[in-house]
Design a protein. Sequence first.
Length: 491
Amino acid sequence: MALNMAKRKKILLCEFCQESNSFNPGLWGLNKFQAMLYCEGLVMRVVFTLKKSPVGGMLKAIGKSGARAVCGVAMRSGSGGPVEDEVLELFLRKTLAIIEAKGPFDGVFLSLHGATETPAHQDACGYIISAVREAAGRDAVITAACDMHANITPQMEKTADFICGFLTYPHVDFFETGFRAARLAMRKLGGEALHTACTRVCMIVPASGYTSKSGAFKEILDIGAAALAEGDIEDYTIFQMQPWLDVSEAASCAVVVSKSESAAKNIADTLAGALYSKREAFSPELESVPDILKIAARNKTGKPIVLGDAADSPNAGAPGDSVYVIGKLLESGLAVKTLTCVADCAAAEAAFDKGAGAALRLKLGGRLTPGLTSVEGEFTVRSLHSGSFRMAGPAGKGIRVRLGKTAILETGNVTILVCGTPVMCGDLNFFRSFGLEPQEYELVVVKANTSFRENYETLAASIHMADTPGAASADLKALPYKNLPDGFYRG
């Protein structure tokens, strides 16, 4: 009977995905979404049918249930500063128009990041879900697939029926998360009684200090996995809130779905309690840049040393304009063959004006992030590029990324990819697509927290997380938060 009911259901799918960093001084405009993903209707269906993405997982679950999927609007960009209000309103205008024109819908399935901010809305995702709820009606089932680093606010919890997040970090379960979120919704549409519990903890910790593969965070995930395997619950997520989101309604949390309301609450409390009790275990071990440079100079393995510059990670919403590591390398005098990247539109334009093979003197980097400085010197333009590439994956495999005008500059032993928007720089094609092979260098600087490990662990001699400044600094106590509640734990 439940299956026959599900076959008659009509479901709307939409995506609005961007991770905001409150300490990035720039605003994220429509061009940032157009550079990665902005599509509608049939094009959206084609794109996501071929991608291992949350929406792809939702399409699979809807198809298996026999329901009808209607693709609406998909807007996705790399992480960055708060999103312009006009971009959020554009997404909502298009989505609500589809609900009015093609509804009623039995369900609306959303792919969101969960940590998106605009100047007018600290909780942009809660705003989206509430607007969709009002338009679709109280009987529509709304489910959301979110990033593990979402900030699950009371508004999101109240207006969505289900919220599922990634269970892997580095994130590789995009498709599976969308499938889980959609499957729960289809079960409810089929008549099953499912209960959601959310238990919040007032804490944030650096994203570079943990992984789902080992250590304290894996131990907590294993508690949820055991409850799932034993049949006590139907789904769980531990959300470690994006730590560079400075908002007044903030928390990490555990979200659990069960057939039993009491079981959902008990397991959510257990997971949240374990998360808070282990909060001090999530601080990363950082090494000084000079120490890492010395390791690279001594390395004779034939594999590169990888320096993780998490504080300037574009994946965490930082501008990517830091040249702190380059400055320390030039100061050291060490002849370490190094590959790195910098966001600097003016420098890229200057390289294009001079042309490939030319020499030029310029100030590089340090233009966007408050407190950072540039390095000045002589550079050679090795090559010039449009800045477009397809990601190698596993995360986002096949998605086209546009960096803007991209110049490969060299100074001494240092090779620098200079572009406008260095998004997804933990993907190997970020360098390889422009003729740069990381394995040919002694030191590779990757501006990322943890996501890059899935790609670099096998090719690196060793990975070292550096103590560097930036908008995504692991030293959360040093960042100028203004909105977090009193007593909030910053690891």
